[in-house]
Design a protein around this ligand. Sequence first.
Ligand SMILES: *[C@@H]1O[C@H](CO)[C@@H](O)[C@H](O)[C@H]1NC(C)=O
Length: 351
Amino acid sequence: MHAITAILALAAGSVIAAPVDTVAERATATELNTAAKAAGKVYFGTAVDNGDLGNSQYTSEEKNTADFGQITPANSMKWDAIEASRGKFTYTQGDVIANLAKTNGQKLRCHNLVWHNQLPSWVSSGNFDNATLISIMKNHITNEVTHYKGQCYAWDVVNEAINDDGSGTLRSDPFHNTIGPAYLPIAFATAHAADPSAKLYYNDYNIETLGVKSTAAQNIVKMIKAYGAPIDGVGLQSHFVSGSTPTTAQQVANMNAFTALGVDVAITELDIRVKTPETSAELTQQATDYSSTIKACKQVSRCVGVTLWDWNDKNSWVPGTFPGYGAATPWDTNFQKKTAVYNAIISAWQS
Ligand SMILES: *[C@@H]1O[C@H](CO)[C@@H](O)[C@H](O)[C@H]1NC(C)=O
């Protein structure tokens, strides 16, 4: 802002009453993070993967805090990246993302500590007894959370513990098979001891509407609390398909079921994939679908923020994971904003 403009703005501020300032603030909140914050949220953010940082078009937008006030490492804080062999901790790549957040003044959601996937075979095939696996899990959590102590707004402590087969049961994985459901409260209590100020989340997919899997996630929150361990939030990953994204009302009802248990919610991995090659009608639908989810978070005061997974179609995991689908993010493969989607998100925050 030029000095003269600042003086004029000050002069205007001294004459015009507070409600008008609020209107002015809303009118200037024309980016994803500024609009989310004007709507009372803590952040709007994006996943960031280390392999994408060599591209200057990528990095110049990634550090644009008007759009992204928060980042999540897509891969570099997972178990296989941090402790590929037993007791040997490697933080180089995780630190790159943590330092980006620090340099740019972005909040960091740290991701993740205990997950059945991207788990080194020394853990998954180790055939450890209960006491040994508990000590391995505690050592992993304590070492990593301590390393990033004070830097993580939130930790995804346990990721995707529930089967996705409609049963609502806990997944058959090394932790559940050996330790039993107690691995969840043990993981949360251990993370809390290492960094008492980080918010501790359970994170999963297909728990964004009421139903068997969401109920199972609610039961995880209750179980962790029943063991006397702390849990602060539930991450709703929200990997949606355009045209079958849940309505705002469905998402709000689901968020309320979690917040009624005394925890925050966050949309942690939002993307909305479309069949490729995408038509303009599909992209219009996609803008509506983004709007539905943002409106849900807007309406629930304990929905603290939204994270995209990723912010652009070039770096999105979708085409590689869901053949025949893509175009899932608000920026295209040339890092150009999709105006309809981008503006739908802003309007939803202002609705
Ligand atoms: C493993 O040990 C923990 C801690 O003592 C206990 O809570 C849990 O029930 C045990 N699991 C099994 C399967 O025995």
